[in-house]
Design a protein around this ligand. Structure first.
Ligand code: UT7
Length: 324
């Protein structure tokens, strides 16, 4: 018997305000046509004053707990992936812990930008498999809009805000690929690419929050290569073929990246969960938001095999195979 992490519920939250490409075209020199053709994004949700990373995370976490029929008192680990914490410290996860009324266990943030959710899932999965925790909340939550330079059309049209959460529970089982739970996680980083996608501020350098800066073409080139590599790694590690995958739930940065990666893997379009058109790139929140959508509308069913993959600043890139 081995211990595995079962995903017992999920939830999500989006800011009220929806901003279309037409709205953005009034602020910067862009057009709906350009943004749709280059990225597939049509609109995104942007946090209003008072909506924060922790408030979005709290709504997503509450929904995930309700759907799992698990009370906050059972949670002994909170791992929150974010690039946009409420404050430089403490970890936003501790604020969430307090708001959920949890006074035990541990709560901390993980920072791997757009790969953050898969990194957080891997961290929690390892804690559960080692027996250091039994029931975990894993959240990806961002108010990425607060890092944007709203005069820079090359970045401000790409991102959005939101949060998604899952509840993980340690279960004992035979550990086969057919058993439910997190089957594998594969994480990578390459800091030599630090300045391809970064924020030009921070407490120890400029004492400012800074703005997102990106060499889009380079990020795009690396993304397609690394995402298909890390997805292949998950497939090979589990001894399966790509045609066994029921759903690809990719990080939602750009439809062209998702499409190119899926083609390399041989996964047909009807098995890809897409939210990029309505959410834009919500960084660490994008995978759990997409996951939640497909679970809520009934596409993802118990026993389905789900491949998640993501790539972001650092660079970081990661995949996870999950039997739902
Ligand atoms: O999670 C990882 C996060 N990031 C990503 O995954 C992003 C990866 N990169 C991309 O998705 C793409 O590189 C972008 C969507 C960012 C850009 O698409 P592209 O096809 O690489 O366009 P480009 O940067 O080569 O720009 C083409 C043209 C340029 O004009 P010139 O030099 O040809 O005259 C840009 O100035 O498009 C111009 N442009 C825009 N035009 C209208 C750049 N941004 C815009 C815009 N509206 N918003």
């Amino acid at each position: 018997m081995i211990t595995r992490s079962l995903i017992v519920g999920c939830g999500a939250s989006l800011p009220q305000r929806r901003v279309t490409n037409f709205d953005l075209a009034k602020r910067v020199d862009t057009s709906d046509d350009w943004v749709v053709q280059r990225t597939g994004i049509r609109s995104r949700h942007i946090a209003s004053e008072g909506e924060t990373t922790s408030s979005l995370a709290l709504a997503a976490a509450r929904q995930a707990l309700e759907r799992s029929a698990i009370g906050p008192e059972s949670i002994d680990l909170i791992v929150l992936a974010t690039t946009t914490p409420d404050h430089t410290f403490p970890a936003t996860a501790t604020r969430l812990q307090a708001e959920l009324g949890i006074r035990h266990g541990m709560a901390f943030d993980v920072q791997a930008v757009c790969s953050g959710f898969v990194f957080a899932l891997a961290v929690a999965d390892n804690f559960l498999r080692l027996g250091q925790a039994r029931t975990a909340l894993v959240i990806g939550a961002e108010t990425f809009s607060r890092l944007l330079d709203w005069t820079d059309r090359t970045t401000c049209v790409l991102f959005g805000d939101g949060a998604g959460a899952v509840v993980l529970q340690a279960v004992e089982g035979a550990g086969s690929v057919d058993d439910r739970g997190v089957l594998s996680t594969h994480l990578h980083s390459d800091g030599t690419q630090y300045h391809q996608l970064w924020v030009d501020g921070g407490p120890s350098t400029t004492q400012t929050t800074g703005h997102v800066r990106m060499h889009g073409k380079e990020v795009f080139r690396h993304a397609v290569t690394r995402l298909s590599q890390v997805a292949e790694e998950a497939i090979a590690a589990n001894g399966i073929n790509a045609d066994r995958i029921d759903w690809l739930v990719p990080h939602q940065a750009n439809f062209r990246i998702i499409d190119a990666t899926a083609r390399k893997l041989g996964i047909p379009a009807e098995r890809i969960v897409l939210t990029v058109d309505r959410h834009g790139n919500t960084s660490a929140a994008s995978i759990p938001l997409a996951l939640n959508e497909a679970v809520t509308d009934g596409r993802i069913k118990r026993g389905d095999l789900i491949l998640m993959e993501a790539m972001g600043g650092g660079f970081t890139w990661a995949s996870s195979l999950v039997r739902w």
